[in-house]
Ligand binder design. Structure first.
Ligand SMILES: [Zn+2]
Length: 286
């Protein structure tokens, strides 16, 4: 898939970061990327009311005057509230709280471990669930069989969160100089190459980004929101840190075998309470 991934990626041309409001089939979107594929022009666009993303053929869109008052703009604002925090900045608890609703985010960060949390995915696949995966392309490229298997679960609907292309981590560096905060980080490549990887595998990137290590500073949050039109997503329920599942929890788990204890604790709770998970964008509904 490494090679094939590159061949497909080549077929995405003129990929550009843009910010333009458009209308398509009576729905308003913010187009955040544009590109060419097989001679056709496309937008990657975010619905300004629902925050769902979509790939839209440019031909069926019209430019419109920018609408300032939208759910999307309000979410961008809220996602900056904790921007000075070194960890877990962004939307770090549900935007709106609802009873008996739970969100699950599974990080696939690069790992030398072979395999993935198959037991977790098989359990989630036993009933219909919407989950979110924070994907680093590096993990997928080094775990091609596992990645393919994840894409084949029939009952699992996946929202794809950008977890950056390389997800660099430096064991000897302090957090404030680590992950994306390392001086030499090429933020453009980390974000854009990961998006292209998703698109080349027919996955639609969502509006969300999860910072590697959940580490960021104010400058990074501003840049990701203002320049890339993405929404940083944190978590309020990191199971491995013994945080309990409650209404509207944004659960964080690792699916790369780096968090055995968390998965065990989660599965116990999941089976006992017969939890069901919904799309992240449900939290923005009125
Ligand atoms: Zn990670």
């Amino acid at each position: 898939m490494f090679l094939i991934g590159f061949l497909y990626a080549d077929s995405i041309k003129n990929y550009k970061v843009i910010k333009k409001q458009i209308i398509s089939k009576e729905q308003y979107y913010l187009a955040i990327r544009e590109y060419k594929k097989s001679q056709k022009d496309y937008y990657l666009a975010v619905n300004i009311n629902t925050l769902e993303t979509k790939i839209i053929d440019k031909k069926i869109t019209k430019d419109v005057k920018s609408i300032k008052d939208s759910t999307l703009n309000r979410v961008y604002k809220v996602s900056k509230i904790d921007k000075n925090s070194l960890t877990n900045a962004g939307i770090n608890s549900a935007y709106k709280k609802h009873k008996d609703i739970y969100y699950i985010t599974i990080d696939l960060c690069p790992s030398s471990k072979k395999g993935y949390e198959k037991r977790l995915f098989e359990s989630l696949n036993k009933r219909e669930n919407s989950i979110a995966i924070a994907l680093s392309a590096k993990w997928a490229m080094r775990h091609q069989r596992e990645f393919k298997e994840i894409l084949e679960y029939k009952n699992i609907d996946i929202t794809w969160i950008n977890h950056t292309y390389n997800h660099y981590y430096y064991p000897r560096k302090k957090l404030k100089n680590n992950f994306l905060l390392a001086k030499w980080t090429d933020l453009y490549k980390e974000i854009i190459a990961n998006e292209k990887f998703m698109l080349s595998h027919s996955l639609v990137p969502s509006v969300f980004i999860r910072f590697p290590g959940l580490v960021s500073d104010a400058k990074l949050v501003d840049k990701v929101v203002d320049s890339y039109s993405l929404v940083p997503l944190g978590s309020d329920t990191w199971i491995a840190k013994a945080q309990k599942i409650k209404d509207s929890s944004i659960i964080l788990l690792h699916g790369n075998l780096n968090e055995k204890k968390g998965i065990k604790m989660f599965l116990k709770e999941y089976n006992k309470r017969e939890l069901n998970f919904v799309k992240l964008t449900e939290m923005f509904k009125q």
